[in-house]
Design a binder for this molecule. Structure first.
Ligand code: PLP
Length: 789
């Protein structure tokens, strides 16, 4: 059984552990000093004293002016809501108070006004400009623009919500702010960015804000607390929200500083706690915990390291990243950022892949961006900074806190370097450290819904590449070099309309790996020598590809049928380009398309390969890997009718197909779908899941079940909790090899398959795939290894 590795936590900007002293203080308020601070008896008085001590600490840490108010909230999101509500309520109040501005007020708002006998006479318009903007920095935490949108809608304030652009360093466009601040109700400029650690130039913003004293100013101080000196009394900041759990206090406690005379509207009404600023009994455990942290900032007792140590840790981590990932690019401008955040990208790797790698290494990091279905994950912060798209899609954030130490930093650096080695050994990072694996068969590579297929014949070290996409070019090249494969052919299944094939580039870059540099080929890469064989076949080692013309989607569409010469029977896999996709059939409304030809091609395909052959398409929009004609016919009545024993007529097919194609985006659309693909959902087979306890029980009762680890090789190389999962050997079949493994599994439908991965997402997809293809005994571990202990 493998030892369980300890976590290295490098996600302090998301949250931090609660420090022991803060836990003790919180527990004390729950178990001993549990009085309600609103009670007048001694228990209540003691509770109130503790609460006011924390407030006083906060005042000192924030350097707030005496008249400023500090109220406790549930966190920064609530504090931000309160600030935005306050600003917008004040604005709404002013508009009602000034009938001359009635043009700004919607009709349904003025309906409630008393009916007057005399028409309203417009008062002279005051010199004050019309305020109707809500300005926020474009890299602001979502809590800010979303609160603005929410309250603007609820209060019918009708403001325009506008993002202040930032430059490549993440700094606000001051000229833009200066030009618009006078028309703004509220301006929000965060102190420190949570994804990049960028420190905003608040002094420069302040110069502009002082010229517009009536414009309210919100500064999100969450990521600045404990990392920067704050002196609110010296600024004209109106609202300053904070959060406890970003600085080692418990979750569920935050606060809002409100400058004296800044408008205020309570978010909650009720018992009048917090001097009426926020009703509801206070979170005393949170306040006690936060109090300990704030006290530490005032009079350090050694809980936190100093700024110099933080800079040293950053230097060490940066050095480890440079060693682990040659080519790494840093998205954090280090000269204008807090030392505790390092945002970086690695060319050729999506954030998700790097996160999986780090997680497997026991390093908890984050991409700092929202995940989005089949689309690539990207960072809106880096997008706003105008960084290249690949950097935003590959971004990873390492963040540590003030309670870090030398030992943790050394361990983190060691594991980062080990992660780099794991990538190298999987041939994903460099071709230098050649580590040949013994994989033989079909490998799927994907980028944003488009697929490239590699057919690898291991014994003779040969390879055929089908439908290469430019975005995967580097990765394919590294793989071929690292595995030292000879390229027999690089093929396209048709002339792609939505993306360029990288066939020619690949052949040029990999010249030394081309098996026969003198051979000639047609426009799709099919060797002339293969065309001259009686059955139009290309043999490489124990594999053979046969070309089958399938005009329809385009005039030149073909399928390549893969046969394993060591076996007889149905084809192993069929590469069908866009003729049939998981969830639909290819569009046939291009200039070079023909629905009539597609009708005949679909019938020909069924005759040639049968309805159960595994079809590998040039697109996989919904993470379905591969499909068969039988599977597609179940959810696609048109295809079912074409393939029926008594098929629909060609004319009927053409007419229905025309209607379907008309619903697809045309080439000018933002995404060009190459076929009418159903949305994921309804027709998907449910994946049958086990809880960890359920799985243990099932494995005891089914000792012959096959466990399949669908994580990538580089993740498995970093070790796992597999020893805890089961003593049996688990098959390592990453999703990229699922299509290769499927035929053998489908041939043994009684043998149970149990997929697992890190979080349960990939294993769920694998289970759905096998069930859709008709395997009745495919299961997976819900929540993945992350929940298995
Ligand atoms: N503002 C920033 C900059 C943050 O980083 C966060 C947390 O991610 C928030 C606001 C929201 O904080 P809370 O979790 O306390 O609501």
């Amino acid at each position: 059984m493998q030892a369980v590795m300890t976590d290295i936590y490098l996600d302090a900007n998301a949250t931090t552990p609660t420090l022991p002293n803060a836990v003790d203080a919180a527990c004390c308020t729950m178990q001993e000093q549990y009085g309600n601070p609103s009670s007048s008896h001694c228990a209540g008085l003691r509770a109130r004293a503790m609460m006011e001590t924390t407030r006083e600490h906060a005042r000192r840490v924030l350097g707030g002016a005496p008249g400023g108010r500090i109220l406790f909230t549930s966190g920064a999101t609530e504090a931000i809501q309160t600030a935005v509500l306050s600003a917008l309520s004040a604005h709404a109040g002013k508009r009602f108070a000034n009938p001359a501005r009635a043009d700004e007020i919607r009709a349904d708002e003025i309906r409630a006004e008393p009916i007057r006998a005399e028409p309203i006479r417009a008062e002279p318009i005051r010199a004050e400009p019309i305020r109707n903007l809500l300005l926020y920095g474009s890299t602001e935490h979502k809590a800010v623009p979303e609160s603005m949108r929410h309250w603007n809608q609820i209060l019918h304030t009708g403001c325009e919500i506008v993002a202040i652009p930032v430059d490549q360093q993440g700094q606000h466009d001051l000229a833009f702010l200066a030009a618009h601040a006078g028309r703004a109700v509220l301006v929000s400029t965060m102190a420190v960015n949570n994804e990049t650690g960028v420190i905003s130039d608040l002094a420069a913003v302040e110069v502009i804000m002082r010229q517009h004293p009536d414009t309210l100013w919100l500064v999100d101080g969450v990521q600045a607390l404990g990392k920067q000196d704050i002196e609110l009394a010296k600024t004209r900041i109106d609202y300053f929200p904070l959060s406890g759990h970003k600085l080692y206090a418990p979750k569920g406690i935050g606060m809002l500083y409100v400058r004296e005379h800044a408008p205020f509207t309570p978010l909650t009404a009720g018992g009048g706690q917090e001097s009426g600023l926020r009703s509801g009994t206070e979170n005393m455990a949170g306040i006690a915990g936060f109090g300990v942290i704030l006290a530490e900032l005032i009079e350090p007792t050694g809980m936190f390291c100093d700024l110099a140590a933080l800079h040293r840790y950053r230097d060490q981590l940066v050095a480890a990243l440079l060693e682990a990932f040659p080519g790494v690019v840093f998205n954090t401008p280090f000269e204008r950022s807090v030392p505790t955040t390092i945002n970086f990208s690695v060319p050729g790797f999506a954030s998700k892949e790097l996160l999986d790698l780090f997680d497997a290494a026991g390093i908890r990091v984050s991409s700092g961006s929202a995940c989005g279905g089949s689309k690539a994950t990207r960072s809106y912060v880096l997008d706003a900074m105008g960084l290249a798209a690949w950097r935003s899609e590959s971004a990873v954030r390492l963040s540590f806190g003030r309670a870090w130490n030398d030992e943790q930093c050394t361990a983190a650096c060691r594991r980062i370097v080990e992660s780099g080695s794991a990538l190298r050994n999987a041939c994903l990072f460099t071709e230098a450290a050649s580590q040949r694996n013994d994989f033989d068969g079909v490998l799927q590579m994907k980028h944003d819904g488009a697929c490239t297929w590699l057919l690898i014949e291991r014994s003779a070290a040969l390879c055929v590449i089908i439908d290469p996409i430019a975005e995967l070019g580097e990765r394919i090249e590294r793989y071929i070099r690292c595995q030292d494969l000879r390229i027999v052919a690089v093929l396209d299944t048709h002339s792609h309309a939505d993306h360029a094939s990288s066939r020619v580039e690949l052949l040029t870059h990999l010249k030394a790996h081309v098996l026969d540099a003198t051979s000639t080929a047609d426009g799709l890469g099919w060797p002339d020598a293969a065309s001259e064989t009686p059955l139009d076949t290309l043999a490489f080692g124990h594999y053979q590809l046969r070309r089958l013309p399938l005009p329809g989607h385009t005039a030149d569409s073909v399928a390549y049928i893969l046969n394993d010469l060591r076996m007889t029977g149905r084809p192993r896999q069929v590469f069908v380009g866009d003729t049939v996709l998981s969830g639909g059939i290819g569009r046939s409304n291009f200039a070079c398309s023909s629905s009539e030809a597609m009708y005949r091609s679909l019938r020909l395909l069924a005759n040639e390969v049968g309805t159960d052959a595994l079809l590998c398409a040039a697109h996989d929009y919904n993470h379905e890997f591969a499909t068969t004609l039988a599977v597609e016919s179940r959810s696609n009545p048109l295809l079912a009718d074409v393939l029926a024993d008594v098929p629909m007529s060609e004319a009927d097919f053409v007419s229905v197909k025309k209607q379907i194609d008309a619903t697809l985006n045309d080439a000018s659309g933002s995404i060009m779908m190459c076929g009418a693909v159903r949305c994921s959902g309804d027709e998907r087979s449910a994946s049958v899941e086990f809880t960890p306890a359920g799985l243990r029980q099932y494995l005891q009762q089914h000792p012959d079940a096959t466990l399949v680890d669908v994580r990538e090789a580089y993740e498995c190389a970093m070790g796992s909790k597999l020893g805890l999962l089961d003593e049996r050997h688990a098959l390592a079949v990453p999703l990229s090899r699922l299509t290769d493994a499927a035929p053998a599994w489908l041939a043994a439908p009684d043998k149970a398959l149990v997929f697992f991965c890190r979080s349960g997402n990939r294993s769920s997809l694998a289970t759905q795939f096998m069930r859709r293809l008709g395997h009745p005994n495919a299961f997976h571990l819900r929540g993945g290894l992350a929940l298995f202990s």
